[in-house]
Every structure is written in structure tokens, then in C-alpha cells.
Design a protein around this ligand. Structure first.
Ligand SMILES: C[S@@+](CC[C@H](N)C(=O)[O-])C[C@H]1O[C@@H](n2cnc3c(N)ncnc32)[C@H](O)[C@@H]1O
Length: 248
């Protein structure tokens, strides 16, 4: 039993349109370049593969890519773009689901590890990644740094986008590290649509500890797919942990 929200059909159908900016070449290409470099000849495995935003262009580079995804409706959307032979996907929880084979690269992007909402399950995601890696293989996580410094005392909500089409803000509980992203969107017909997703935030150092529990070693941490340095002001990180060559 997972603590993740189950993304429904309506959300899945609208996902690519509502995430259009994340499909833009200037956002996507550096991510695919970065992952392709680490995968070598592969194979690669994406946790929370969604509708294949990253997996499909990575597979187009000639790297075999498989996926694990909790939401069958998200996989249905992926299938409209790529057949099962091209990008095989197992519907299941990335904390526990096993797929056949060993991988040079396992990755989870766009904050998706935070969709699993307990610390134990997040540790299990790292363990599950390590289980799928061949010795020397890498686990890559793209994750935001929780913007806790923006909270004045007593405030529990932080806006992340305010435009005439979209008002998005996060609410946080500092005790459980759980929160909710709220989205109010104005649609083309003028109506308003509310959507939300729940998460548990993880600090970079907490990720490193989870990786160590899984037998992985930190190899690289940068602020973004373009390789810019990670600093105390970075709002996101792309972290790479490696399974030791002599791991069993
Ligand atoms: C923000 S989307 C990212 C999808 C895709 N990786 C991308 O970059 O576009 C998050 C995805 O995580 C999936 N997800 C959430 N919890 C999960 C879990 N425990 N195991 C597998 N997938 C999960 C959701 O169904 C959704 O497809």
C-alpha cells in the first residue's frame, strides 16, 4: 500500500498540455543529454515515468528505457505516443515494484520522489533503485530544495507561480515534512479549475543518508541539468549516486 496519490484519468488526459513548459526543448534537452551521458549504452529505468516526457526522447537516442508508474491512466497516455516494445512499463509503486533486468541508470525526475509521502517509503525508493542497478550504475534524482527560508513565522503557504492563468502555492507542515501543491487554473472557456498534489519534501542531505542506507555513494550534485554549481541559494538539485563496482 503506497502513500502516493493515485493520478486519475482526467489529470492524465490534461497532463501534457498543462505541463507544456516542461516539454519545451530548452527544459527537456539538457535533461535528456545529462541522462544519456550517464546511461551509456543503457539500459535505463525511469521511476514514475508518467506519460513518457523524458523516457520517450531518451529512448529515441537509442537507449533502451523501461518504466515503473503507479497510475494506469498516465501509462495509457504514454501508450498514445510510444508502444510497449519501445518503452515497456510496469504499473506499480516505485518503492517496491521490481522489473526484470539490471540497469546502468535508474532515474526519477521532476520532484516525483516527493510524491511518496513517508520517509520509510522514500528510503525504499532508494533501495529499489539500488536493487535494479548493475555494479557501477547510477541513480539520478531531480528534486527541488524546500523553500523553507521563505516562511515568515506563522505562515504555512508559499506561492510558486502567480499569473492571470495560474495561481500555484504550496502549503507545508514542518513536523511531518508533508505538504500540498495547490493549483488554480483559468481555462480557455474562462472557468476555474482547482487541482492539488500531495508530497513529502526531502533535504539534499537527507537524500544522501537515504542513498547510504541503500548502499549508494554520492558522485555528483549540481543545481540543474545544465550542470550549474549547487550552492546554498540553489532552489533545486540534480544528484547522482553510484553503486560501488564491488557491490554484490
Ligand atoms: C510530476 S509527474 C512526473 C512524470 C514524468 N516523470 C515527467 O517527468 O513528466 C509524477 C508521476 O509520479 C507518479 N507516481 C506518484 N507516486 C508514485 C509511486 N509511488 N510509484 C510510481 N509512480 C508514482 C504519478 O502517477 C505521476 O505520473
Amino acid at each position: 500500500m503506497t502513500s502516493s496519490d493515485l493520478w486519475d484519468e482526467d489529470t492524465a488526459e490534461k497532463y501534457d498540455d498543462l505541463s507544456a513548459e516542461m516539454f519545451a526543448p530548452q527544459v527537456l534537452d539538457p535533461a535528456v543529454d545529462f541522462l544519456a551521458r550517464l546511461a551509456g549504452s543503457g539500459p535505463a529505468l525511469e521511476f514514475a515515468i508518467g506519460t513518457g516526457r523524458v523516457a520517450i526522447p531518451l529512448a529515441a537516442r537509442g537507449i533502451p528505457v523501461s518504466g515503473i508508474e503507479l497510475s494506469a491512466p498516465m501509462v495509457d497516455q504514454l501508450r498514445r505516443k510510444a508502444p510497449g516494445e519501445q518503452v515497456p512499463v510496469v504499473v506499480g509503486d516505485m518503492a517496491t515494484t521490481r522489473v526484470p533486468g539490471q540497469f546502468s541508470l535508474v532515474y526519477v525526475v521532476w520532484n516525483s520522489i516527493g510524491n511518496v509521502r513517508t520517509q520509510d517509503e522514500q528510503v525504499d525508493c532508494f533501495r529499489n533503485a539500488a536493487r535494479h542497478l548493475s555494479p557501477g550504475g547510477r541513480f539520478v534524482v531531480e528534486l527541488w530544495v524546500p523553500p523553507i527560508r521563505r516562511f515568515p513565522p506563522g505562515q504555512s503557504a508559499v506561492p510558486f507561480e502567480v499569473t492571470d492563468r495560474h495561481v500555484g502555492f504550496d502549503t507545508y507542515d514542518m513536523v511531518t515534512q508533508r505538504g500540498t501543491s495547490h493549483h488554480y487554473r483559468r481555462l480557455d472557456d474562462g472557468s476555474l479549475r482547482y487541482g492539488y498534489s500531495n508530497f513529502r519534501y526531502i533535504w539534499p542531505a537527507e537524500c544522501d543518508l537515504m542513498a547510504r542506507l541503500a548502499g549508494l555513494e554520492l558522485e555528483q550534485r549540481v543545481a540543474d541539468w545544465d550542470g550549474s554549481p549547487f550552492t546554498s541559494d540553489s532552489e533545486s538539485h540534480v544528484s547522482v549516486w553510484r553503486k560501488p563496482i564491488d557491490a554484490h
